[in-house]
Design a protein around this ligand. Structure first.
Ligand code: HEM
Length: 127
């Protein structure tokens, strides 16, 4: 239901997700709460995984699953401590990045609602 080609096309296709995730990782790179969570020195591969995931989720090519298998996001986040502090920082960078895309309010709201819901579902530490 959430995944449909119309939304993917309306929002601007792969280029939109590329911009969203790129700007987001620029924020992560300088974030004292989030940066230490990322195991790799090079954030490029992590950026690519999130971009592929969001692209697929919203109805674009399913390269994520071809390369990574089933997303199992909750399980994949278990190794990282995600409390309220990490949750808030993650969403703050997403919010900044989303604001810069300049989407229509309706598309923006749909994307944002999903990100808020998904981020909440990945909290794995008592807050
Ligand atoms: C709530 C705050 C969050 C934190 C602190 C967080 C942190 C992380 C970290 C440290 C990684 C490992 C980086 C890597 O090597 O790929 C990761 C991976 C990933 N995250 Fe998050 N994340 C959060 C929320 C989310 C949300 C809301 C989504 C989806 C909408 C998401 C999607 C992903 C994906 C797709 C991967 C790569 C999984 C893989 O294929 O291995 N994350 N996250």
């Amino acid at each position: 239901m959430a995944t449909d080609m119309n939304f993917f096309a309306e929002v601007g296709g792969e280029e939109t997700f590329r911009r969203l995730v790129h700007r987001f990782y620029e924020g992560v790179a300088d974030d004292p709460v989030l940066r230490p969570l990322y195991p790799e020195e090079d954030l490029g591969p992590a950026e690519e995984r999130l971009r592929m995931f969001l692209t697929q989720y919203w109805g674009g090519p399913n390269t994520y699953s071809q390369q990574r298998g089933h997303p199992r996001l909750r399980m994949r986040h278990v190794p990282f401590t995600i409390g309220m502090k990490e949750h808030d920082a993650w969403l703050r960078h997403m919010r900044d990045s989303l604001d810069e895309l300049g989407l229509s309010p309706e598309l923006e709201q749909r994307l944002w609602n999903y990100l808020v819901m998904a981020a909440r579902s990945l909290i794995n530490q008592p807050v």
